[in-house]
Design a protein around this ligand. Sequence first.
Ligand SMILES: *Cc1c(COP(=O)(O)O)cnc(C)c1O
Length: 225
Amino acid sequence: MINNNLDVIRQNVAYIKQSIPPGVLLVAAAKTRLPDEVREAIQAGISIIGQNYVQEAEIMRQAISDPVQWHMIGHLQRNKVKKAVQLFNMIETIDSVRLAKEVNKHCASLDIIMPVLLEINSGKESNKTGILPVNAEKLILQINKLPNLRIQGLMTMGPRFGNPENARPYFKATKILFDQIKERKIPHVEMRYLSMGMSNSYKIAIEEGANIVRIGTVLFGERQY
Ligand SMILES: *Cc1c(COP(=O)(O)O)cnc(C)c1O
């Protein structure tokens, strides 16, 4: 089963790469995958691995020695930050001052600067992580003072729909927010990355301005929990 799947992963990477324009970064969302699968994806050209859980990332990093980048794309708990800052090259899911301060503290003690994205709850769903769009600029101004963070953009999941066209308004709204913050030219804030779109929605997200897409299922196959 595994070997067949590895061939499929290779083809999938090739397919996705030809379907996204140059300049759009592809993050392989690797939750629940085996190290062999992730290694195969890397050999096929993947250079950024996204992980949702610190513990899973730790195990994966021990198994993968290739020079790839690691992005935290899941909700980060404050008691996992100390480990997280040693494992990840970017944290895409900053959504509170408290979390940002914790990241800053541990990065300071390691003398590193962590690129971060703000996670936006673009669907304004009460049970979802991320901050409400209306609070984004305020949060940016608050965490911009933290010397060991570097704000580099926004990330959003958006509500999940069977028909990805229904996600388009949320991507559009997040791009407008991204542009508004960018236009403010806040010192030290680099609005470079807009991370949105997953397997069923990445093409629409790119049309709406995403330059990071996070893809799991189309790359690795259906997840088996
Ligand atoms: C799992 C996950 C993805 C990828 O989802 P697929 O539908 O499998 O492509 C993207 N972003 C985040 C935050 C995820 O947890």
